[in-house]
Design a protein around this ligand. Sequence first.
Ligand code: AP5
Length: 266
Amino acid sequence: MASSNNGNRAAWLQGPSGHCELAPTDKVTPWRLILLGAPGVGKGTQADLLHQRLGACHLSTGDVFRAAGSRPDCEQSPAMRDALASMRRGELVPDSTVWELVRERRACLQCRGGFILDGFPRTLSQAVSLAQLMKSEGLSLTAVVSYELPAEAIVARLAGRRTCQKCKAVYHIVERPPQLEGQCDRCGGKLFQREDDRPESIEVRLEAYERSTRPLIDFYSNSGLLRQIEATGSPEQILDRTLPEIDARHLSQGAQQLWTAAENRR
Ligand code: AP5
């Protein structure tokens, strides 16, 4: 089974020139989530399921880089060409490039439909920049979910992943195979293996996660936002584990908003 293709995310994927045709519905208390976890743990798969359940938009920085990579060379800035080379090697893209890309898409963070950030922030510097931007915009996070899985299971998920060239739906050759080998169930597009899912890049990505991203667990734990979830079992089982954890935070955020509104009316 493939994960969903998330509707339209033009404003996120293309930046300021893109306009979403299917803008998410405004919410009184929008869900604003960050998904953490090693490469291949299943963040993108969960983000799609959470998007279907909660309506918030799935915003992946990796998807922005891949969308830029599919444009002709002449449309890529030197910083983007360097970013794509880092990505192929499995290394993190420099903070300055990532932050520039997120900053110019800050309207997506302000969207009343909410967001599910996947793959950002990935370093302490990115987390601090995001916290400052959100504070200045008067936005608050609902929760930060960190998915946990042993390294050997992660490597198996990455090595078997196949992605649709056209609609970007994600499959796994063993766990979530397409009905016809090499072909997307949804749109008939050709399935391919990501360049950074080769063994040598996987090793570099896992090291980068341990060195640069794992420290974010303490960062968000200290602010009381963190929920750690075991990522074993089927995607639906993992979603069922996630929802009660984040529901409680969302309810208390909604109650807080009502209380503040009532105080302001006095
Ligand atoms: P990015 O695109 O963010 O990749 P990633 O974090 O490495 O995560 P993945 O997309 O590989 O995995 P996932 O956790 O989403 O798993 P998925 O759901 O696909 O980043 C790529 C690169 O861009 C980085 O290496 C870096 O170079 C650069 N970059 C991006 N953001 C950056 C930033 N902020 N700073 C610096 N650099 C940045 O699942 C994996 C497979 O498992 C699939 O085949 C799926 O079908 C299968 N699967 C999922 N769930 C299950 C399950 N429960 N059971 C069995 N199989 C499952």
